[in-house]
Design a protein around this ligand. Structure first.
Ligand SMILES: Cc1cc2nc3c(=O)[nH]c(=O)nc-3n(C[C@H](O)[C@H](O)[C@H](O)COP(=O)(O)O)c2cc1C
Length: 409
């Protein structure tokens, strides 16, 4: 039985030789698009600059990943992503957004993650995980069930009491969070550390701390949601303390040789909220704490936000951070859908890695198709060599291979 579940030795990627392109297309062999140039950050080398942005699937039981995640994430690996960042993974059961969220708060949850990593790595992506606590935005239904938008009340069997920096609800329909005590904050920090240790044991190459979108860390950063008067609130230094404590503790178990990323909401999209200059100020501190990458997102902490969206709308945040720091790599994200858009982000030095979300859900082979648009050669899984008769010819050691002839495959 175990043998049957083993991956065949034939399941492996195959690099298309330089002079092979998709049938009928010229191939650009002189200047390789910047998007498909490798990048090395600490001991992690990505084959290209394309990351799958973390995307919750709300499809776990008790935080355990399953076959859905293997197929979902495995498709991105086959599709040519350079880095796959697994969805927001809860550091404690209360830190889940919904009861279907992924978790890594106990050792038993490591096994299915290792299975995903082992399969995906065959195709060459680096594997990352985002670790998270949902704070006052926890205790919800999976959004695709959508019939309880305001979240599940804490006294419902499926819900729990949400926590936050202060007793400020996300909106009028949400639970008022329990204000974390100092000793409860220490537990949260410790949970991040223990989750990071497990992530290392699983074999992840990249770790991201979720400090964005109004979840726990993000809600501590913002003066709109953090009204504390102790060391974890008040001025800028007090509000960033939770994140810095988490970074420091995580770095004691996540080796300095491995890249550590922080995702931030670079702006909150409300007048009196967290602003881009706060992000730059924080980025300068983080780069001196052995954080390697700032993943530049925005919004999510206020129900009053007014987002001005559009293609590449968050890229200026990544660029601003890049221009004002010395060592930090930046990841840009948000409405990067087209090949030339993604290429421009790297070629014009707006960011070092492009994170792509929904485009991957629409098309898991997004990198291969983008490469084709940019006339660039990339890996495809061996099994899919059938899509290109010149690849098949190469495999069979012939110059010309006619797939229409019977018996040739
Ligand atoms: C289904 C879905 C789930 C998401 N889950 C997460 C998550 O777990 N963590 C996170 O930081 N962002 C999450 N996001 C935000 C994406 O990572 C990304 O930042 C956002 O979708 C914008 O990129 P896009 O325009 O390429 O989709 C999610 C987005 C989608 C569509």
């Amino acid at each position: 039985m175990e043998q049957q579940h083993k991956i065949s030795e034939y399941v492996k990627p195959w690099t298309i030789p330089k002079n092979f392109g998709s049938v009928g297309r010229a191939i650009n062999t002189t200047s390789r698009p910047q998007l498909f140039s490798p990048i090395t950050i600490k001991d992690m080398t990505m084959k290209n600059r394309i990351a799958v942005s973390p995307m919750c699937q709300y499809s776990c039981n008790d935080g355990f990943m399953n076959d859905w995640h293997l197929v979902h994430l495995g498709a991105f690996a086959k599709g040519g992503a350079g880095l796959i960042i697994l969805e927001a993974t809860a550091t404690s059961p209360e830190g889940r957004i919904s009861y279907g969220d992924s978790g890594l708060w106990k050792d038993e949850q490591m096994e299915p993650l290792k299975r995903v990593i082992d399969f995906c790595k065959i195709f060459g992506p680096r594997m990352g995980i985002q670790i998270a606590h949902a704070g006052r935005k926890a205790s919800t239904e999976p959004p695709f069930l959508g019939h309880r938008k305001q979240g599940i009340p804490f006294d419902d069997p499926k819900g729990w009491k949400v926590v936050g920096p202060s007793e400020v609800a996300w909106d009028e329909n949400s639970q008022v969070p329990h204000e974390l005590s100092i000793s409860e904050i220490k537990t949260v920090i410790n949970d991040f550390k223990n989750t990071a240790r497990r992530a290392l044991q699983c074999g992840f190459d990249f770790l991201e701390i979720h400090g964005a979108h109004g979840y726990l860390i993000s809600s501590f950063l913002s003066p709109c949601s953090n009204k504390r008067t102790d060391e974890y609130g008040g001025d800028f230094n007090g509000r960033i303390k939770l994140l810095l404590d988490i970074v420091r503790e995580v770095r004691t178990v996540w080796p300095s040789s491995k890249p550590l990323s922080v995702r931030l909401s670079c702006v909150e999209w409300v007048k009196d909220g967290w602003q881009l200059n706060d992000t730059v100020r924080l980025a300068k501190i983080l780069e001196n704490m052995d954080v390697d990458i700032l993943d530049c997102s925005s919004g999510g902490n206020s129900s009053n936000q007014h987002i001005v969206g559009g293609p590449l709308y968050q890229m200026p945040f990544a660029q601003e951070v890049k221009n004002n720091t010395n060592k930090l790599y930046t990841m840009g994200v948000g409405l990067v859908n087209k090949a030339h858009e993604a290429e421009s982000c790297i070629a014009e030095n707006k960011c070092d890695i492009v994170a792509v979300g929904r485009a991957f859900l629409r098309d898991p082979y997004w990198p291969i198709h983008v490469a084709n648009d940019l006339d660039c050669d990339v890996d495809v899984p061996l099994q899919y060599a059938f899509i290109d008769k010149r690849m098949m010819a190469h495999l069979h050691g012939k110059d010309i291979f006619d797939l229409k002839k019977p018996g040739n495959h």
